[in-house]
Design a protein around this ligand. Structure first.
Ligand code: FAD
Ligand code: DHB
Length: 390
C-alpha cells in the first residue's frame, strides 16, 4: 500500500488532519488500532474554543456542531459556598461551545466515509522504518503484517501510542508532571441546571458541572489517584456533587440516570521535539494537559492546522520552512496552554497536606478572576484560546 500521508490514529487529531489534507487534494490513509465502534463510544472532551469551531466549519465538518453545540455566555466559579458569575464572551463576540468530542469524531468519520476515503480499523502500527527518507509504516491487521509506504507520517496516536518513541533521545525532551489526584467523570441523562455550572472549589475537593446538550450532562469530581470507579454508587456521586456545589442559592444539580462513569489520572506533559525526518507527532502523542481548562482537544486542533499547512506548502511549492519549524511553531501555543491548564489545576484542587494558607491563596486567585478587570480578562482570554499561528 502507498499514499502521500500515513496517519497513525483516528482520534480527533488524525481525523482532522485527514479532512484538511483531503480538502487540499492531498491523499492520506488513517491506520487505527481500535474498532470503529470503540472509537465512536469513547467519552472525552466537550468544550470547544471558537478557533477550533471555526476550523471544523472551515473544513466542512462543522454543520452539526453549529446546530447542536451549546454556546457558553457565562462562567461560574464557586468557593466558600458562594457562586460568582462573569461574562465569558469577549469584546469580539467570541465564546466557547459545548459539543462532545465523540460527536466531532463521529462527524469526521462520517465525512471521510461519505467521501469514500480509507480508515483502516483494527490495525495496530508496530513501527516505522526509514523515517528520514522514505517512510514505511509496519502494522498488524487481522493477525497479518502489512506495510504502508508514504512521504510523511503523522503520529496522531495519543499519549500511549508508538510514534513518539521513534524520535531519537525523546526521553531527554519530555517534561512531565503527575498530579496527586484523578477525576471521576460521569455522563448523565439530565438537563443542565443554568445556576449549577462551571467549577466548584470546595474543601471536599474540586468539582465541575458541564453539559453536552439540553438533555445530557458531563460532571466531574476530584478523587484520590487510585480510585476504583465502581467504589462510587450513583447516589454517592450525586450527593458529593451537590455538597461540593452547595451555595447560598440552595439549588441542587438536576439528577438523572448515569450513562457512564470513568476515572482519569491528571497529568501535564509535553515534549519539545515533535519531528524526526518525515515523522511528525501531534495532539496527545506530543502533550497532555490536565482536564481543568478543557484544552486537550483544542490544543490538538492547533498542532493539526500547523502540520497540515506545513505538508501543503511542501507538497505544492517545495517549501520546507514550516516543516523545519514545525515544533517551534506548535510549542508556543502548547507551552502557554499547559501553563494555563496547570494554573487552573493548582487553583481549583485540594492538594494532599494543603494548609489554610494555601487555600487562602487559591481563593485570592479565584476572586481576582471573578472580580477584577485584569483577572477577568486573563481568565476569559485563556479560556477562549490564543489565536492560531497559521
Ligand atoms: P486520541 O484521542 O488519544 O487518539 C489517538 C488514537 O490513536 C486512538 O484512537 C488510539 O486508539 C490510536 N492509536 C494508539 N496507538 C496506536 C497504534 N499503535 N496504531 C494505531 N492506532 C493507535 N480533554 C478535555 O479537554 N476534556 C476532557 O474532559 C477530557 N477527558 C479525557 C478523558 C480521557 C480518558 C482521556 C484519555 C483524554 C481526555 N481528554 C480530555 C483529552 C482529549 O480527549 C484529548 O486531548 C484528545 O482526544 C486528543 O486527540 P488525539 O487524536 O491527539 O489523541
Ligand atoms: C469539561 C468541562 C470543563 O470545564 C473541563 O474543565 C473539563 C471537561 C467537559 O465538558 O467535559
Amino acid at each position: 500500500m502507498k499514499t502521500r500521508v500515513g496517519i497513525v490514529g483516528a482520534g480527533p487529531s488524525g481525523l482532522l488532519l485527514a479532512q484538511i489534507l483531503h480538502n487540499e487534494g492531498i491523499p492520506s490513509v488513517i491506520i487505527e488500532h481500535r474498532s470503529r465502534d470503540y472509537v465512536l463510544e469513547r467519552i472525552r472532551a466537550g468544550v470547544i474554543e471558537p478557533g477550533a469551531v471555526a476550523t471544523f466549519v472551515e473544513h466542512g465538518v462543522g454543520d452539526r456542531l453549529l446546530c447542536e453545540g451549546l454556546p457558553h455566555q457565562e462562567m461560574q466559579l464557586r468557593w466558600n459556598g458562594q457562586m460568582h458569575r462573569f461574562n465569558q464572551v469577549d469584546e469580539d463576540g467570541r465564546q466557547l461551545t459545548t459539543y462532545g468530542q465523540s460527536a466531532i469524531v463521529r462527524d469526521m468519520i462520517e465525512a471521510r466515509e461519505a467521501a469514500g476515503l480509507p480508515i483502516l480499523w483494527n490495525a495496530k502500527v508496530d513501527t516505522v522504518e526509514d523515517i528520514e527518507h522514505a517512510p514505511r509504516i509496519h502494522f498488524t491487521r487481522d493477525g497479518q503484517a502489512q506495510t504502508l509506504d508514504c512521504d510523511y507520517v503523522a503520529g496522531c496516536d495519543g499519549f500511549w501510542g508508538v510514534t513518539r518513541g521513534l524520535i531519537p533521545d525523546i526521553d531527554t525532551h519530555m517534561f512531565l508532571k503527575e498530579y496527586p489526584f484523578s477525576w471521576l467523570g460521569i455522563l448523565t441523562q439530565s438537563a443542565p441546571n443554568p445556576d449549577k455550572r462551571g467549577y466548584a472549589h470546595s474543601l471536599r475537593g474540586m468539582a465541575v458541572a458541564s453539559s453536552r446538550s439540553n438533555t445530557i450532562c458531563r460532571h466531574y469530581l476530584q478523587v484520590p489517584p487510585e480510585t476504583d470507579v465502581n467504589a462510587w454508587s450513583d447516589d454517592a456521586i450525586w450527593d458529593e456533587l451537590d455538597l461540593r456545589f452547595a451555595d447560598e442559592g440552595g439549588e441542587t444539580l438536576n439528577r438523572g440516570p448515569i450513562l457512564s462513569k470513568d476515572v482519569v489520572r491528571l497529568r501535564a506533559f509535553f515534549c519539545d521535539r515533535m519531528r524526526h525526518g518525515r515523522l511528525f507527532i501531534a495532539g496527545d502523542a506530543a502533550h497532555i494537559v490536565p482536564p481543568s481548562g478543557a484544552k486537550g482537544l483544542n490544543l490538538a486542533v492547533g498542532d493539526i492546522r500547523i502540520l497540515a499547512e506545513a505538508i501543503r506548502r511542501h507538497v505544492t511549492a517545495g517549501d520546507s520552512g514550516l516543516i523545519e519549524n514545525y515544533d517551534a511553531t506548535c510549542l508556543q501555543r502548547i507551552r502557554s496552554t499547559v501553563h494555563w491548564s496547570n494554573r487552573l489545576a493548582q487553583t481549583l484542587h485540594i492538594f494532599p497536606g494543603q494548609t489554610d494558607f494555601d487555600t487562602q491563596m487559591q481563593m485570592t486567585t479565584l476572586n481576582k478572576w471573578a472580580h477584577t478587570e485584569a483577572g477577568n480578562r486573563e481568565f476569559v482570554q485563556s479560556a477562549l484560546g490564543e489565536p492560531y499561528p497559521v
